[in-house]
Design a protein around this ligand. Structure first.
Ligand code: ZN
Length: 355
């Protein structure tokens, strides 16, 4: 039991056995034995391991067993196995804390994910995705305007969203998975906000479009189209850009990006997909993006990053209602009890959290 937990925390932290041994001041052989359950670490060793791994000692005794199912990356974005392990271990750790919290919570506090009825059953053409995205916005009461916090919207619909710090690999944008029938969307921490939002909307596209696409439709392209249409609905794009344009100014695209959280490149694609730009003009504009390196990194200022807030809010709600105590709250939030206490009393806004 403890061995499995040590291994999971080690992989989440991205260490091999030797590296961890060095940090914790023990031998690699000892780590190997703990992980294979051939010996049990003393409490002193557990403390050293918890420090090295950035987890609290309770972590090693946690019983929640969580398994991710149907893990799915964006196509063409295969990441090395070692990186994948880190991402998955990090997500599992965050999920475990979620499930531990949920064990305490009254049922009405959470919303199970349900796709709304009345969405088009079959998508035969990429243009059909426009209406589907608008319809989803409508049933979710999002209107047609910009979505300020996309993570909040997804969380409020019962989707579990995690932001992983292990997104160092350039090919990793995000992934979807399922756990106990709830959809999970994971996005990398270090990307600019507009890129995170596009990934989130793209992954939402996978959830929504599943089973609806006719054979001639490529799922990845469909999800890209969905992401653009969900973040900036067709009607608004026509209002903001006009029906036909001979060129789009980069600064114009930047202003729209800052208002809507859709990248300059995303707006360019919207204009092309909706026939506002001709293929030729789109090609010229995209050439400019290429030449300036904006496909990799768009010009400053970057759009603010997304953050998750539901988990922390629920921890404090449970604390307020005496459903959990400070020690459990601290454990769930990955803080020391002293830090949690100060944070709770609004005395310290910047406590250092493990996560
Ligand atoms: Zn995808």
């Amino acid at each position: 039991m403890i061995g499995e937990r040590i291994k999971r925390a080690r992989e989440a932290a991205g260490f091999n056995q030797r590296e961890l041994a060095k940090m914790a001041g023990i031998t690699a052989m000892a780590i190997s034995k703990y992980e294979r359950e051939e010996s049990t670490p003393s409490s002193g060793v557990l403390l050293a391991l918890s420090k090295a791994l950035g987890v609290r000692t309770e972590y090693f005794f946690r019983h929640t067993e969580v398994e991710l199912e149907e893990v799915d990356y964006r196509e063409h974005e295969k990441i090395p196995l070692k990186e994948e392990k880190k991402v998955l271990a990090d997500v599992l750790e965050q999920l475990e804390r979620w499930f531990e919290l949920e064990q305490f919570l009254p049922v009405p506090w959470s919303v199970p994910f349900k796709l709304p009825k009345g969405l088009p059953a079959k998508i035969n053409d990429y243009d059909d995705i426009e209406d589907l995205a608008t319809k989803l916005r409508h049933v979710w009461d999002l209107g047609l305007g910009a979505i300020p916090e996309l993570v909040d919207v997804l969380e409020s619909k019962g989707i579990k969203v995690f932001i992983t710090r292990y997104d160092g690999h350039k090919n990793f944008n995000g992934l979807t998975a399922r756990v106990n029938d709830a959809p999970v969307i994971v996005v990398g921490k270090h990307w600019p906000g507009d890129r995170q939002r596009f990934t989130l909307a793209h992954e939402l596209g996978h959830l929504v479009l599943k089973g609806r696409l006719s054979e001639n439709i490529d799922e990845e392209m469909a999800c890209h189209r969905f992401a653009g249409a969900f973040l900036a609905p067709k009607e608004m794009v026509f209002t903001l850009l006009g029906n036909k344009r001979s060129w789009l100014e980069p600064q114009e695209l930047n202003i729209l990006k800052q208002d809507w959280g859709l990248s300059m490149g995303g707006w360019t694609y919207r204009a092309f997909n909706l026939g506002i730009l001709t293929k030729k003009t789109f090609g010229e504009l995209w050439g400019l993006f290429n030449k300036n390196g904006w496909k990799e990194k768009e010009p400053e200022p970057q759009y603010p990053q997304e953050k998750t807030s539901q988990f922390e809010q629920l921890v404090f709600r449970a604390l307020a209602e005496d459903i959990i105590g400070e020690s459990k709250a601290a454990e769930l939030l990955g803080m020391s009890v002293i830090d949690l206490h100060q944070y709770r009393k609004m005395e310290s806004p910047n406590v250092v959290r493990h996560q």
